[in-house]
Design a binder for this molecule. Structure first.
Ligand SMILES: [Zn+2]
Length: 130
């Protein structure tokens, strides 16, 4: 006899729970891939490079709340808001510029740095170059 209503929902919930437990590695891998894809899509929509230094290394780019996050973290919901076109509050920053922006604009830090992105070079030390 087919299930209906609450009984059907309960059956589906239990089936889904058991599937996630039995296929944990596969489910986690799919989740990571999905998250990476929507993160990169959101970054691309926002221009694909750091607003300050021009860094385009996707490994260190983040979605940046221009006026502060107010507790909102980077999340699937955030990436999906950007994918739906809610882009006004956001830009893209590398982690270094994001921290610098946070200190200067939101915490009143008075230091004045110029952050320069030099691209990715083989065998180049980021700190000790002549
Ligand atoms: Zn930057």
């Amino acid at each position: 006899m087919p299930l209906h209503g609450e009984a059907k929902r309960k059956y589906q919930r239990n089936w889904s729970r058991k599937y996630r437990i039995d296929n944990r590695d596969k489910v986690n891998k799919n989740r990571r891939n999905y998250r990476k894809r929507i993160r990169l899509e959101a970054i691309a929509i926002l221009g694909g490079k750091c607003f300050n230094c021009g860094c385009d290394d996707e490994n260190i780019l983040e979605v940046n709340h221009i006026h502060g996050a107010n507790g909102e973290k980077s999340s699937d919901q955030l990436y999906n808001r950007i994918r739906r076109g809610e882009t006004e509050e956001f830009n893209v920053a590398c982690r270094i510029c994001q921290w610098y922006h946070y200190l200067r604009e939101l915490k009143g830090y008075k230091g004045n740095w110029t952050i320069v992105w030099r691209g990715i070079e083989e065998n180049a030390s980021p700190l000790c170059r002549s």
